[in-house]
Design a protein around this ligand. Structure first.
Ligand code: HEC
Length: 157
């Protein structure tokens, strides 16, 4: 009897572990297999974005690893100058993970928004030690700031 309970508990535990694992790394949700789109609400947040708040957020959360200015250099993370329109994992001179190199998408508002929401879901196996930003407004402010670091800033949607 006790033995049966132990086996049941073991199987239950395994099922839970497998489903948690699958939930975390569902390949269907990775940018290699999924093309995100911007919602109407998010487009509006981008148009109304507070660029100063985006700058402050960048200086708090990203600057330890990334520089974005034209004359900048790679740090722990790649240089984010000319990010929009660039293929993921393709900046010269930076050692990306195979996951990022193989993700196959191009960075635009929609893919960046999706990546920065939950980096491990968007690019399973990424080596960027930053999980994501929950608040839509914070992501929108940040993207409105980052677009300025493109030779030709992409139009707001
Ligand atoms: C602890 C260091 C670290 C922090 C903090 C960090 N990043 Fe990264 N970032 C990385 C690394 C390392 C990579 C390369 C990931 C890979 O190859 O899997 C990366 C990759 C990226 C990429 C893909 C670039 C490309 O050329 O394809 C973007 C976009 C990005 N980071 C944006 C951000 C933003 C915006 C923030 C702040 C919210 C941030 N990162 C915070 C380390 C970091």
């Amino acid at each position: 009897m006790q033995h049966r309970i132990a086996v049941a508990a073991l199987i239950g535990g395994l099922t839970l572990t497998t489903s948690l694992f699958a939930g975390r790394f569902d390949p269907a949700e990775s940018l290699a297999n999924y093309t995100p789109e911007l919602t109407k609400e998010f487009k509006q947040l981008l148009r109304d974005a507070d660029v100063e708040a985006g700058a402050a957020y960048f200086d708090r959360k990203c600057i330890n690893c990334h520089d974005a200015v034209k004359e900048g250099k790679h740090g722990k993370g790649p240089l984010l100058w000319n990010l929009f329109g660039n293929k993921a994992g393709s900046k010269e001179g930076f050692e990306y993970s195979d996951a990022m190199k193989g993700s196959g998408h191009t960075w635009d508002y929609a893919t960046l928004n999706y990546y920065l929401t939950r980096t491990d879901r968007a690019v399973p196996g990424r080596i960027m030690n930053f999980r994501g930003i929950r608040k839509d407004k914070q992501r929108a402010d940040l993207l409105a700031y980052l677009r300025q670091f493109n030779e030709q800033p992409p139009k707001l949607p």
